[in-house]
Write a protein that binds this ligand. Structure first.
Ligand code: NAD
Ligand code: TDX
Length: 332
């Protein structure tokens, strides 16, 4: 694996993946990223130019995608419109990027015979009841709730069809909620951290009973590399680290780590169609490919994430006021 094309490499998980690849392998990386509001070229600033090249462009641009895929040994496809709340306000870029963009990449890897790994989410499976002991597995039926998750589900189905119909050498992974450095401050954990750091109160949707299954972004990315290099073609692998917590617990832990009272947050309007609970059973990945998460303590990973946001205010400061103004319009 000499050259890996990483789409969305200036976004949260993609940026961390590029760093993971540089730190753990000899591969060079070409990042293809449109630098939407969610992409940040500065996230790649400190990386060595002889191993990382940023191409600013759109995954829907077929000639550009064809030329970059033709120069790569493998493609890892992170680029997406990724925020549920945005998809409720305007689904249009979700349909274009998540569906047409994935189609464009699939056609290119089909032409060039290139290895392709598709990054997806546990949200394609819909949600679970709070008191249901069940967890998602690779056999769970697709049942997405939001414009975001339905376009991710559609993109997964395109990949499966391109494997079966055209013999594309693809794998798919569906991961649970990631946390860590470089995450856009619209998302739950960095929003609350930066709220406290900027003198605002954290905002909890509804009653805060909704459960998410948290995984550190480095554990996700180690799993992606494992699947890319050792996964079986045509297979789907679920990635999760047994990190179920309800949103209230997460906010209280952030407040505790920042030395604030446990109740120093506001309850705000709930998200329409808000999924209740996600939970991943990652037995297949663990037993077949031997992956295991390295971050054993959510509190330690969260504390390190808080330290990163404290030390990198310049990275998030300019986006904060606009992000909060948009939420305020929704009563959130
Ligand atoms: P993000 O929003 O932080 O980053 C997305 C990146 O894609 C940005 O850099 C953006 O500029 C780029 N992009 C968007 N549209 C593009 C286009 N048309 N062409 C080229 N680049 C484009 O997202 P993220 O949280 O890093 O998520 C990455 C992937 O992981 C997504 O596919 C998402 O569905 C999936 N995922 C995320 C999570 C999570 O918790 N964040 C969990 C499971 C799966
Ligand atoms: O201010 C907030 N308050 C709040 O209570 C925000 C922004 C969110 N929430 C709740 C909604 C969710 O229950 O926190 C939970 C997490 O919200 P998000 O960070 O928006 O993530 P989620 O909707 O769960 O989706 C995430 O995980 C799966 C990623 O954004 C997706 O890209 C990924 O597919």
């Amino acid at each position: 694996m000499k050259t890996v094309l990483v789409t969305g490499g200036a976004g949260f998980i993609g940026t961390n993946f590029v760093r993971w690849v540089l730190g753990h392998t000899d591969a060079a990386v070409v990042v293809l990223d449109k630098l939407t509001y969610a992409g940040n070229a500065h996230s790649l600033d400190d990386l060595p130019a002889d191993r990382v090249r940023l191409v600013v462009g759109d995954i829907c641009d077929a000639p550009l995608v064809d030329s970059l895929v033709g120069q790569a040994d493998a493609v890892v496809h992170f680029a997406a419109e990724s925020h549920n709340d945005n998809s409720l306000l305007d689904p249009s870029p979700f349909v274009t990027t998540n569906l047409v963009g994935t189609y464009t990449l699939l056609e290119a890897v089909r032409r060039h015979g290139t290895r392709y790994h598709h990054i997806s989410t546990d949200e394609v499976y819909g949600d679970l009841e709070l008191d249901d002991p069940a967890r998602f597995t690779e056999a769970t039926q697709y049942n997405p709730s939001s414009p975001y998750s339905s376009t991710k589900a559609g993109s997964d189905l395109l990949v499966r069809a391109w494997v079966r119909s055209f013999g594309v050498k693809a794998t798919i992974s569906n991961c649970s909620n990631n946390y860590g450095p470089y995450q856009h401050i619209e998302k739950f954990i960095p929003r609350q951290i930066t709220n406290v750091l900027s003198g605002r109160r954290p905002k909890l949707y509804g009653t805060g009973a909704n459960v998410r299954d948290w995984i550190h972004v480095d554990d996700h990315n180690a799993a992606v590399w494992t699947i890319l290099t050792r996964g079986r073609i045509g297979e789907t692998y679920l990635i999760g680290a047994d990190g179920e917590k309800n949103n209230r617990e997460v906010i209280e832990e952030i407040l505790r780590l920042l030395g604030r009272p446990a109740d120093a947050y506001d309850l705000v309007a709930d998200r329409p169609g808000h999924d209740l609970r996600y939970a991943i059973d990652s037995t297949k990945l663990r037993t077949e490919l031997g992956w295991a998460p390295q971050y054993r303590s959510f509190s330690e990973g969260l504390a390190a994430t808080i330290t990163w946001y404290e030390a990198h205010e310049a990275w998030w400061h300019d986006a904060k006021a606009a992000t909060e103004a948009k939420y305020a319009q929704q009563g959130q």
